[in-house]
Ligand binder design. Structure first.
Ligand SMILES: [Mg+2]
Length: 344
C-alpha cells in the first residue's frame, strides 16, 4: 500500500482523486466519468484508517459507490446500483430542506468524547460501544462524559454493531441506559433477527436494526419479526434512494437515515433520502464527513447547528488527478465484478 504522500490531485486535506476508464455498460447508461477517491480518516473507524471508493458522473450529477473491501461482488453490486442511480436518476420529492444529525462518538476516552460532542453543535449523540478492545465500564464512562457534554435535554443512542449475545446485551443495555441517564435506542445489539427480538422483549430501551437491514437477504424481515422499533437505512447498501424508501414503507417503522461512511456525494444523496421520508422523528447519522481528513467537494456536507442541508454535491477539480495505477487497477477489477452482477 502506498503512503498518502505518493498521491496527487488533492481537493481538500489529503484527499486524492484518480480517473478510471468508463466501462461500456456504464457509458451506455449515460455515465461519462468514473473517479477513484482515497482519503485517510481522522480516527480509526470500523477497523479502517483510509476510505476509498468510486464516484460516478452522469446526466443527473454525481453518485457514489464505495463498498468496503470485505464485501463480495454480489453484496457490493447494490452499492453500484446506488451509484448509478445517483448519476442518472431524478430524486424523489423532498418534504424538508434540512436534516437534523447526530454526532458520532467512536471508541475514544471520555475526555475526547466530551470534546467531540461539545464541539459538534448536535443535540443527539451516537456512541459506539462493545468494541473488543474495551469493556463495559469504559463504555459507561464514555456515556457519562457524553451526557455531561449534551446536557439533560440531549439524546444518546448506542451502537453495538452486533457484538453481544442475548444475555450480554440485556445486561449491558441496562447498565448503559443507567450510565447515559436514559438511551434513545440501542442499535444492533445482536447479529440475528431472532436474538434481536428476544433482547427487544427483555429491555425497556427501544431497539434499532442496522446490519439486520443492510446486510440481510430480506431487509424487511426484521420488521416482520417485530425485532426492532427503529430501522437504520443506508442508501448505498440498499441499492439506492428509491429502494431504501421502499424498504421503509414496507417495514412501516420509523427510520434513521445513516451514512455508509460516504464522501459528501453519498451524504448529499442520503440527505435527499431523509428529506423524502414522510416522517422523520429522529436525528440522522449523516455527520460523518468529520471523520474524513478531506472531501471531494469544496463545499462539503458539514453540519451547522446540528443539521445538514438537503442538496446534491458536485465533485470539484475532477480532472486534476494523476493516476495511481495500483489503486485504479484494484477498483477497475472490482467495478467489472460488480457490473457483472448488475448486468446479469
Ligand atoms: Mg450501526
Amino acid at each position: 500500500m502506498s503512503h498518502a504522500g505518493a498521491y496527487h490531485g488533492a481537493v481538500t486535506g489529503s484527499l486524492a482523486l484518480h480517473p478510471l476508464a468508463v466501462p461500456r455498460s456504464l457509458a451506455e447508461r449515460g455515465i461519462d466519468r468514473v473517479l477513484v477517491y482515497r482519503v485517510p480518516l481522522t480516527v480509526r473507524f470500523r477497523r479502517i484508517d483510509v476510505r476509498d471508493g468510486l464516484l460516478l458522473h452522469g446526466p443527473a450529477g454525481w453518485g457514489e459507490t464505495s463498498p468496503f473491501w470485505d464485501y463480495a461482488p454480489a453484496e457490493s453490486s447494490a452499492w453500484l446500483r446506488a451509484g448509478i442511480e445517483g448519476a442518472t436518476a431524478s430524486l424523489p420529492e423532498a418534504h424538508r430542506d434540512r436534516i437534523p444529525v447526530n454526532v458520532t462518538v467512536p471508541v475514544v476516552d471520555p475526555e475526547l468524547a466530551h470534546r467531540l460532542v461539545a464541539g459538534s453543535g448536535c443535540r443527539t449523540a451516537k456512541v459506539k460501544v462493545a468494541d473488543p478492545r474495551t469493556d463495559l465500564a469504559s463504555d459507561c464512562a464514555r456515556l457519562e462524559a457524553v451526557r455531561d457534554a449534551l446536557g439533560p435535554e440531549g439524546l444518546i443512542r448506542v451502537d453495538a454493531n452486533a457484538a453481544w449475545d442475548v444475555e450480554t446485551a440485556v445486561r449491558a443495555i441496562a447498565e448503559l441506559n443507567r450510565a447515559a441517564g436514559g438511551l434513545e435506542y440501542a442499535e444492533q445489539p445482536c447479529p440475528g433477527v431472532e436474538d434481536l427480538a428476544r433482547v427487544r422483549r427483555a429491555v425497556d430501551v427501544p431497539i434499532a436494526a442496522d446490519e439486520s437491514v443492510r446486510r440481510a437477504e430480506d431487509p424487511v424481515a426484521v420488521a416482520r419479526a417485530h425485532a426492532a422499533d427503529i430501522l437504520i437505512v443506508k442508501a448505498q447498501p440498499l441499492g439506492g434512494v428509491r429502494r431504501a424508501l421502499d424498504v421503509v414503507e414496507q417495514a412501516g417503522l420509523p427510520a434513521v437515515v445513516s451514512s455508509a461512511l460516504d464522501t459528501s456525494v453519498g451524504i448529499g444523496l442520503a440527505s435527499h433520502l431523509a428529506a423524502a421520508l414522510p416522517d422523520l422523528d429522529h436525528a440522522c447519522g449523516l455527520a460523518t464527513t468529520r471523520l474524513f481528513t478531506g472531501d471531494v467537494t469544496a463545499d462539503p456536507m458539514t453540519p451547522v447547528d446540528g443539521s445538514i442541508p438537503v442538496r446534491r454535491c458536485q465533485v470539484d477539480q475532477a480532472d486534476a488527478a494523476e493516476g495511481d495505477p495500483q489503486l485504479c487497477d484494484r477498483w477497475a477489477a472490482r467495478l467489472d465484478a460488480m457490473l457483472e452482477v448488475v448486468d446479469a
